[in-house]
Each structure stands twice: as C-alpha cells, then as structure tokens.
Design a protein around this ligand. Structure first.
Ligand code: PRP
Ligand code: URA
Length: 210
C-alpha cells in the first residue's frame, strides 16, 4: 500500500461502514454512524500528536502530567459532507478550531468549484486536519489542500471514510507531504466518478437531498 496512506480498518469501523453503505439506511442513521466512525478515526489520526507536561496535584501528590502540546488543532470541513466527519471529531476534541471550505464538484467535468472559505488564524502553527468522507477523483480534496497551503498551512493531514485507488494516487501525486487516513479503499471509480461499490453520494445520503 502507498506509504502515505493509513487504513484504519478496526472491526467496529468495518461493521458500521457496511451499515452506511446499505441503500435502505436512513439519513438519520447514516449521520449517526458517520459520527461514530469519525470518532474512531480521530483516535488513530491523533495517535502521534506531541505531548508536553504540566504540573498538577492529585489527591495524593504533585506530578508532571501529560497534556497535548502546542496550539489548538484546526479541523477543516470540506462542505457539505465534511460536516458529517467534523461532528465526531469535535466530540473528542471539543476545543479544536474549525474551518470550512465550500467545494462541490461539477457533475459533468468533475472539476471542483469553490464557493466559501473561512479558516482559523495562525493556521501555519497548527496541525490542520482536513476532512471529507469521500475521496473519489481527489479533485475536491486536492483543491482544498492547495487553498489551505496558500493561506499558510504547513502541517496537514487528510481524513476520509471511503477512498478510491485513483483518488489516493492523484492526491499523493499532488500533495505528497499530506498523509491520508481512510476507513476503506474501494475497487474503482465508475465512468461518472462515483466510487464502486461505494455508498452513493455522501452529501445526499446525509441530508436526504437528491
Ligand atoms: C462529494 C464529496 C467530496 C467529493 C469527492 O462532494 O463529499 O467532496 O464529492 O469527489 P472527488 O474526489 O471526485 O472530488 P459533492 O461534490 O457531492 O458536494 P457536497 O459535499 O456538497 O454534496
Ligand atoms: N462523491 C460522493 O459523494 N460519492 C462518490 O462515490 C464520489 C464522490
């Protein structure tokens, strides 16, 4: 496997992802499962973040106890569907700063169209975690990461639920410095750029749109 990629395939994640893929799963359950998987992914994504210590007093004595070092993390949701991953991440790291990049892909060209961007200040000093459930052609993720770099982000990770081999290859070629975390790598893209077997359109499934 591409060394940039971490496949987070804990049995709990695989089971929940199967439920998400099924056509009959309601939007409410789909969102809830995405939130739960996101929490489990976050645990792995943050495994190597640096720690420092602070002096605390337990009921027994003083100690130098570990705490996360540095500036608050920046979570960046690639709208719309990124919000489904964001919620679970904020459950674990409620003090993280949050940014949004609005991008949709044109249905015919599959090219990304940006319509919104607002990200935390001092982004160059933060660990930046960009999230979007689907990595298909990677056009959206690649454009979002390019924009984050333009405004100064230096330490970026990308987290998704489902990825296609074509998307992993494209994102790695464009941004070799950005590690990718995914819960599954599916077979391929179809002629319309959808992931197979996939789960369909993530945003539509989350929000009941079509
Ligand atoms: C979906 C998904 C990704 C993108 C992935 O968004 O959430 O952003 O497609 O495809 P790509 O890797 O080929 O770019 P969509 O364009 O459907 O927008 P939405 O989140 O607003 O529904
Ligand atoms: N975006 C989605 O939401 N689903 C796909 O399969 C591909 C891109």
């Amino acid at each position: 496997m591409n060394s940039n990629v971490t496949l987070v395939d804990h049995p709990l994640i695989q089971h929940k992802l199967t439920l998400m893929r099924e056509t009959g799963t309601s939007s409410a359950v789909f969102r809830q499962l995405l939130r739960e998987i996101s929490t489990l992914l976050t645990y792995e994504v943050l495994r190597d973040i640096p720690l420092t210590t602070k002096k605390i007093t337990t009921p027994m004595q003083e100690m130098d106890a570990p705490v996360i070092a540095g500036r608050k993390l920046a979570f960046i949701s690639i709208l719309r569907a990124g919000n489904g991953l964001l919620d679970g991440m904020l459950d674990l790291v409620p003090l993280a700063r949050v940014g949004h990049i609005g991008i949709y892909r044109d249905h015919d060209t599959l090219e990304p169209v940006e319509y919104y961007m607002k990200v935390p200040s001092e982004i160059g000093d933060r660990l930046v975690i960009a999230v979007d459930p689907m990595l298909a052609t990677a056009n959206s993720a690649s454009a979002a990461i390019t924009r984050l770099k333009e405004v100064g982000a230096k330490n970026i990770k990308f987290v998704c639920l489902l990825s296609a081999p074509e998307g992993i290859e494209a994102l790695t070629a464009e941004h070799p410095d950005v590690p990718i975390f995914t819960a599954a790598i599916d077979e391929k893209l179809n002629e319309k750029g959808y992931i197979l077997p996939g789960l369909g359109d993530a945003g539509d499934r989350m929000y009941g749109t079509k």
